[in-house]
Design a protein around this ligand. Structure first.
Ligand code: ASP
Length: 690
């Protein structure tokens, strides 16, 4: 230590010698012995001065830190609040001595005799006026504390003089300050004002300024409590069980996040859901399970998704889909009743088979509140009209109607032109299967604007849709193939058009909550490049997940002959165009589960081995079971009418990469960590020139 410091001092000395030497050299090119002696003494003096300067700087730093430590020490002890603010405001009495915690608001000095400040309670929901009498008590101390600083105040309660009866009712009390203790500072370089929008890296300031955001988090916590109490109180009771987050990679459907370990070549995977563990619990004599589960999916984040999210996950043994739906309906009713004071329909939620949902609404999560049902009409249309709207041969052509406003056709024309020119609408024109055909029903025009349909088809369309003056008719072609995936092109237009109409005020927003179960999904869907599913060689993947059971005995038979026609015992809970969650009855028989993985999906042997734990558990007399998971972030967002799940998550990830800009995650991996985990980064791929 000493040696190092001596060497360091030597280097500093040499540096100063060099400077002086250069100076002397500039003045006198050949130094004499005398001048060397002068240089040496000069250098010593220079070094001494710089040491003094450093010592002075050092001592000012020391005193600065000493001061900071002293200030900090004064915040270590502080009295407990005698009252919670809300309770205090409800029960205060004149002359009462109180201690309150909170944040100081801005101060005002109305006269030389008194100054005022507001004190906001720690939840920032309530506030009260503080009064400091000049020259008495803590008025000087108050002046030194900056707004937004956390403080403890001691004082006496008195009635506030109010300008009106309304003010007296709303803000009846004030506190004469006896003492105020700052607990920290709020420095001048942080800018915080009501309604300010802070960048995501300052989420703490956003939370602090936005009562809406804080209220959303409180609401979320209350929703959790209600879910817990419904499940805890049901009989037999559900048991809340935590399952591991360090899981292993299994080809369940979504891409996983891997967690490397220090054991060379071994990694955990974060669970995309606790699906396999909860099924193992069903085989383990825990008949009713639930959990607020953190789930992780390394997916495209476009559709307001988060790479980590929360599910209310549940499972029941000796149970069927109907049993699960009943529990979930009860849960939803209780949530809506307690938190939104809204009664959700008394009877069971209606069930809409997938094929019907796709046919009528072009979506597997339809908003059913605003009509605009879809009908097939290709069999009625003249060939030249079909050829005009699509390059497909033998297409399906569908139509829907959207009501206009006040029977005024020009308003409808203006709206649809605006929509098709907007980013939300223009993409529909680029559909390779053909752009939508748009018609405004107008009695002033030949065939009411439906001339391209020809007389007969126009008549049929009028009969089918009963259009009125100013209504909009949209037709769209698609390939003649069975429904697959979540929506059809006309379903997408229906939804986008309605959203745009509400946004610009052409239509009133629909009200209420229309809950339904979308049921009878196909068990398998064609694999695509973006959704490879379980990576089997059959070209098909499980629509929900590979543990979902076929619906009926006939569907079990179809597994052998026409797997793509098998209907699944799979149900999604949908409200107002949002999928709140989904579940299924599971295959509880190990042989059938293995048959589906191996022979239907054609998974390679080594991937099949990834599921051996589940097959083992099923083999041990696992009872029939079914379950579901509700996307809890989405559920809370829907209840609060928020567009994005980010508005109900304390620290959401942003952007396509799923970053947390506040803590700067994900971060680069150090060389040391790479070595610890036996990892090596691949070279950046060479970019080829244009
Ligand atoms: N594990 C399923 C999911 O995450 C839900 C379920 O089937 O219970 O979607």
């Amino acid at each position: 230590m000493f040696v190092a410091r001596a060497a360091h001092n030597g280097a500093r000395l040499r540096a100063s010698y060099l400077e002086i030497f250069k100076y002397a050299h500039r003045r006198q090119s050949t130094p004499t012995a005398a001048s060397y002696a002068r240089i040496a003494s000069c250098a010593r003096a220079f070094h001494g001065a710089s040491c003094l300067r450093q010592r002075a700087e050092g001592s000012s730093q020391t005193s600065d830190i000493a001061q900071k430590l002293n200030t900090y020490k004064k915040t270590l002890e502080f009295p407990p609040a005698t009252y919670d603010f809300a309770k205090f405001l409800a029960e205060a009495s004149v002359g009462q001595e109180i201690v309150l915690h909170g944040y100081l608001g801005t101060q005002s000095y109305l006269s030389k005799a008194v100054s005022f400040a507001r004190l906001q309670d720690p939840t920032m929901k309530y506030n009260i006026q503080l009064v400091a009498i000049t020259g008495k008590g803590p008025s000087e101390a108050l002046k030194k504390i900056r707004p937004n600083s956390p403080v403890v105040v001691k004082g006496k309660v008195q009635k506030k003089r109010a300008k009106s009866a309304e003010m007296a009712r709303r803000d009846p009390w004030e506190v004469i300050l006896d003492d105020i203790q700052p607990l920290n500072d709020f420095p001048n370089d942080i800018w915080m004002a009501p309604d300010m929008v802070h960048p995501p890296k300052h989420r703490h300031l956003q939370l602090r300024t936005s009562s809406e955001l804080r209220d959303a988090l409180r609401f979320r916590a209350e929703a959790r409590t209600i879910c817990r109490s419904v499940l805890d109180q049901s009989r037999p009771a559900f048991v809340e069980i935590e399952t591991p987050l360090l899981f292993k990679s299994t080809p369940e459907g979504a891409r996983e996040f891997l967690v490397p370990t220090r054991k060379r070549g071994l990694a955990y995977a974060l669970p995309q859901s606790p699906q396999q563990y909860k099924q193992i619990l069903m085989a383990s004599g825990m008949p009713r399970y639930y959990q607020f589960a953190r789930c992780f999916r390394d997916e495209d984040l476009r559709a307001d998704r988060q790479p980590e999210f929360t599910q209310l996950d549940l499972e029941m043994s000796f149970a069927t889909s109907e049993d699960v739906m009943r529990v979930v309906e009860k849960l939803i009713r209780q949530l809506w009743l307690e938190l939104l004071d809204t009664e959700v329909s008394h009877g069971p939620f209606w069930k809409l088979p997938y094929q019907e949902a796709m046919r009528l609404y072009g979506s597997d999560k339809p908003d059913t509140r605003y009509g605009m049902e879809i009908y097939r009409i290709e069999h009625l249309l003249p060939v030249d009209l079909v050829q005009k709207i699509t390059p497909l041969t033998d297409p399906i052509v569908e139509i829907f109607k959207m009501d206009g406003n006040d029977n005024y056709a020009p308003a409808t024309s203006a709206f649809i032109t605006h929509f098709l020119d907007s980013p939300a609408g223009s993409s529909f024109n680029e559909n390779p299967e053909g752009a939508p055909g748009i018609f405004v029903y107008d009695t002033k025009k030949p065939l009411c604007g439906l001339q391209p349909f020809g007389f007969q088809a126009a008549e049929y369309v009028e009969e089918l849709l009963k259009p009125e003056q100013g209504d909009l008719l949209v037709i769209q072609a698609r390939e003649n193939a069975p429904f697959a995936g979540g929506s059809t092109p006309i379903g997408d237009i229906r939804r986008a058009l309605h959203t745009a109409a509400v946004k610009i005020g052409f239509k009133q927003p629909p009200t209420g909550f229309d809950f339904l179960w979308v049921v009878d999904f196909p068990l398998f869907s064609p694999s695509t490049e973006s959704e490879p599913g379980q990576g089997g060689a059959a070209g098909i993947s499980s629509t929900h997940h590979p543990f979902t059971a076929p619906k009926t005995a006939a569907d079990v038979d179809l597994l052998l002959t026409e797997p793509t026609n098998v209907v699944a015992d799979h149900y999604d809970l949908v409200v107002n165009g949002v999928e709140l969650g989904g579940g299924s009855r599971r295959i509880h028989d190990a042989a059938v589960q293995e048959f589906i993985l191996r022979d239907v999906l054609k998974m390679p042997q080594e991937r099949l081995a990834d599921f051996s734990h589940l097959l083992e558990a099923l083999r041990a007399g696992c009872p029939p079971h079914a379950g579901l998971a509700l996307g809890f972030d989405r559920l809370v967002a829907v209840m609060l009418g928020k567009e994005s799940v980010r508005d109900v998550i304390a620290f959401p990830k942003t952007g396509k990469l799923g970053e947390d800009p506040m803590v700067k995650a994900p971060g680069p991996v150090s060389q040391e960590a790479l070595e610890t985990y036996h990892l090596r980064l691949l070279e950046e791929p060479e970019t080829t020139g244009p």
